[in-house]
Structure formats: C-alpha cells, structure tokens
Ligand binder design. Structure first.
Ligand SMILES: [Zn+2]
Length: 283
C-alpha cells in the first residue's frame, strides 16, 4: 500500500494485523460502544464491533531519502508483556526487501516514540548479539522522549526494550537525539504531539502543495475521532493526550491533509472531517 504526497511517497509494510483483543489498549471501546460508530465498519471494525488494528512501518521516500517511521515489534525479542509480541519469527524484513527496500538502503530510522511496538526492528539478533538492522541509517530519537525513558525505573516492561532495541544502536554510534520539531529534510519534519508519551512526535509531509501527517500513537484507532476522550491504557498523561487529539483533529478537520495512521488497519489513511461534536475519518 502506497500513497503519493507531491514528490514524496509513503509505503506501508505490515508486521501484524489483528481483529479483536484490543481491550487491553482501549478499554472504553467495547463492542457495544463501537457498533453505533457505523463509519468504522468494515475497515476499522468488524460487523460485531471488534476493533481492527495494525502494527506496520511506513517508509517515506523524499528527494533521495529513505526514512522508516517506526520499526514495529521485531523478531526474537523476549520479556514482552503481550504474549504474541514475544519471540516472533515474522517475515517483516523479507516483505520490506520485496517492496523495494532492502534494509541496507534505509538512510534514516525515525521512532515517533520509544514504546515496544515502535522500536523492535531497530535491532536484529545475529549470532546471539543485538545489532542495528539498518546499518547505514542514522537513528533519530526525540531528546525529551529518550531522556524520560532512560531515567525512569518504574516501568519494568521498558527495561528489556531499552536493552535489546535502544542501547545497541547507541553503542554503534548511530543515534541522533533530535528536537520534537526537527526538520529531517525539506519535505519532512516532526511535530510534537505529547500526552501518549512525554516526548511523542508525529510526522508532517509537505510537497508540491500536498500535505500528510503520520500519527504515531497520539491516536491508536480511528474510533478516537468519534471519542477523543477515549484514552489508551498506554497514554502517559491521559488528559494531555485527550487535549492533543482534540487540538490535532480540529486542526485537520476539513483540511486537505492525508492522515496516515500508525496503527490504523486496512486503508490506514484518510481525511478528517467534523461529525457532530466530534470527527470521523473519510477514506
Ligand atoms: Zn505507543
């Protein structure tokens, strides 16, 4: 799946799509609460109201650049909280290469934030060692984001993630800590969208008068357009996360900006429009 924004293209490489089983992340999105949001069906929920979600990477090609935005779960990772996220042996790298992006050709890795499902393919296991999957890339992490998670000690689940997916990239000298409004290249820059995590950033693309935004996790699912107050259990600061969703959705509503969701399943992208007191995604 590929989108064109002026001279920039964005390609989706899926690692995992699921239907149902999303209550751990969006507990308010019960089947009864989802079913009345008719526009979610069939792309983003099934006929019984179970949410469809996706874990995918987005490859942004701009003026000779190849930027991978978020690196999913990865293979062979251990001590993950979600059973199916452990010890995976998926075909992600084969699919990436088959789509025309062998890992050596990626020049930039951008993690919108440092959660487990956004950093996994930063590294791969080779002869018992975690090595950078993208050896010719600079890895861009938000400075505020990195400093927060590197100091914290209360989230035991973040420790293995740091050990196998963050520190080995630092050890090879490939990391650049960047501001949350960092300009990556003339067409691509970051925009702070905090709340989900303290240093969370979304990605803005602007080329030849066309615009797009890659969400990251300020919203996990389009149902949060109908209910911006539905915070994810992974939101660090739910009140700020809700305010961020209101601010971004109201700013996008009716504008010609393609919103590309980091966990949105199926068509994954669309335009935000107002829908009564809230919003919906038109694909
Ligand atoms: Zn997240």
């Amino acid at each position: 799946m590929k989108w064109q924004i002026g001279e920039v293209s964005v390609t989706k490489i899926v690692e995992l799509e699921t239907t149902g089983g999303s209550r751990f992340i969006l507990p308010q999105a019960t089947r009864e609460a989802v079913l009345p949001i008719a526009w979610l069906i069939p792309h983003f929920a099934d006929a019984s109201g179970r949410l469809k979600m996706s874990i995918h990477a987005l490859i942004v090609e701009a003026a000779g650049r190849r930027i991978i935005v978020d690196t999913c779960l990865g293979n062979d990772k251990k001590d993950r909280r979600i059973p199916t996220w452990n010890d995976r042996h998926g075909r992600f790298l084969d699919d990436l290469a088959a789509a025309g992006f062998p890992r050596e050709t990626i020049d930039t890795v951008l993690c919108t934030h440092l959660h487990v499902d956004h950093v996994g393919w930063n590294t791969m296991l080779v002869e018992g060692q975690w090595v950078p999957t993208f050896p010719n890339a600079r890895y861009l992490f938000g400075r505020v984001e990195y400093e927060h998670w590197s100091r914290q000690t209360e989230r035991a689940d973040m420790l293995p993630v740091f050990a196998d997916s963050i520190r080995p990239v630092f050890a090879r000298g490939l990391v650049e800590l960047v501001d949350w409004d960092h300009q990556i290249c003339p067409e691509v820059r970051l925009m702070p969208s905090v709340g989900h995590t303290p240093g969370h950033a979304s990605v803005l693309i602007d080329s030849k008068g066309m615009r797009a935004m890659i969400t990251g996790d300020f919203a996990h699912h389009p149902c949060q357009m109908a209910h911006p107050e539905w915070s994810s259990t992974a939101d660090f600061d739910p009140a700020t996360a809700e305010a961020t969703r209101h601010r971004i959705f109201s700013g996008l509503a009716g504008e010609p900006v393609l919103l590309i969701g980091t966990h949105f399943a199926g068509p994954t992208a669309g335009h935000v429009v107002r829908d009564g007191m809230s919003y919906k995604l038109v694909v």
